[in-house]
Write a protein that binds this ligand. Structure first.
Ligand SMILES: Cc1cc2nc3c(=O)[nH]c(=O)nc-3n(C[C@H](O)[C@H](O)[C@H](O)COP(=O)(O)O)c2cc1C
Length: 362
């Protein structure tokens, strides 16, 4: 008697009249004849079966690591299969020869990789044609004498805003310092006569590609009509995308969270995946785009805190509704995070929520 175990890291794909099995841990895929699919299906109840003798089909499935004579390790995972497939399926995606420890061959391989995947055009900026609002020069001096430790200690997620405005100077400074070319041109690359395919900002970004763009909802910013805008990085101006959005509309797309009521403006960090996927061809890089968003978010929050503004942030929103609001397609261009900025009180637990908690505990 032999025990046979089903590889737990597989899913099936029906495409063009064929059945494929995809081992997302080992990055292998096979087209399955019906007999093989039927055999694998027999394992679906318990993940293992006992057999008197190993058939030819079983042998082949063992060879393909779809079945094993040894049990697979237990998986600790509390989210759904979809999350597991992405989590595991984007691990260890690099080829075996990448493990070569020789610096010379690493450099050669890396250079070849860059030549193969890097687009030929210079870094491309996202630009909209809507009405332009020119922003004043940023006031970087305001940030010059600040203490990073002070900003780190003072930053907090506030959930009470009073609707008062933000000066256009601070608004402009915040956008430039966090999304603009703070360092100017990429001098080192220029000096080395290299093609400039990325850019530098206050926060790092995979390949310098900076896929995160700022889409801004203005409620109360000096000299800027309420509305929805895109921040043009190259020209340091806003392009109008849509008419004003009310706090009520914002709350609806933020799943009912009223914490943003009274913010002066909000920034949706929106990923333009197409900036990344020609160079980083594996979907593992989806994670890097989120990392980019995390970096810009923290820099933005610290800058706003330094300018004595209060901040709130959320990743909890209805993606499709946000995309409709921002007039983006939601797939290749998709919202990842929201930053709310304004004045008010440093309160983490809003009064209405606190009242309920107190009521319950009485
Ligand atoms: C990825 C991420 C998602 C968050 N989502 C929400 C959210 O949906 N709603 C909210 O009110 N706060 C949200 N926050 C804020 C956290 O609740 C907050 O950072 C945490 O309570 C710690 O407080 P502090 O930021 O003042 O240190 C989020 C923060 C991060 C980094």
């Amino acid at each position: 008697m032999k025990n046979l175990y089903l590889n737990p890291y597989i899913f099936f794909l029906l495409k063009e009249g064929k059945t494929y099995v995809w081992d997302y841990k080992h990055h292998t895929q096979f087209m399955l004849e019906d007999d093989y699919f039927k055999r694998l299906k027999e394992f679906s109840q318990t993940g293992s079966l006992t057999t008197l003798e190993i058939s030819r089909i079983d042998h082949e499935l063992i060879d393909g690591n779809l079945l094993s004579l040894k049990p697979y390790e237990k998986i600790e995972w509390k989210w759904d299969e979809l999350g597991l497939i992405y989590h595991i399926g984007t691990q260890d995606v690099y080829g075996e020869d990448d493990d070569d420890n020789n610096d010379e061959s690493f450099i050669k391989n890396y250079y070849e990789f860059c030549k193969r995947f890097t687009p030929h055009e210079e870094y491309s900026y996202i630009s909209y044609t809507g009405n332009k609002i020119t922003l004043p020069k940023p006031d970087l001096e305001k940030l010059d004498n600040s203490s990073i430790l002070k900003a780190m200690k003072e930053r907090m997620t506030s959930r009470y805003f009073n609707g008062t405005g933000v000066s256009i100077k601070d608004f402009s400074t915040l956008l430039f310092a966090n999304f603009g070319p703070l360092h100017g041109e990429w001098e080192e690359l220029k000096q080395k006569n290299l093609k400039i395919l990325g850019m530098r900002k206050a926060h790092p970004s995979g390949g310098g590609l900076h896929p995160i763009e700022a889409y801004i909802i203005v409620f109360n910013v000096e000299n800027i009509p309420a509305g929805i805008y895109h921040y043009n990085v190259k020209g340091h101006y806003l392009s109008k995308i849509a008419n004003p959005c009310s706090y009520e509309q914002l709350k609806q797309v933020l799943c009912g969270q009223f914490f943003g009521d009274g913010i002066s403006f909000g920034v949706f960090l929106v990923a333009h995946f197409s900036k990344v996927w020609d160079k980083y061809v594996h979907s593992r890089s989806y994670k890097d785009v989120y990392l980019d968003a995390g970096h810009v978010s923290q820099t933005f929050l610290l800058t706003a805190t330094t300018l004595s503004l209060l901040t709130w942030e959320t990743a909890w929103f209805k993606d499709t509704k946000v995309s409709q609001l921002l007039h983006i397609n939601g797939i290749s261009v998709a919202p990842l995070f929201f930053l709310g900025i304004g004045n008010g009180k440093k309160i983490a637990v809003p009064q209405r929520l606190h009242n309920l908690i107190k009521q319950e505990s009485n």
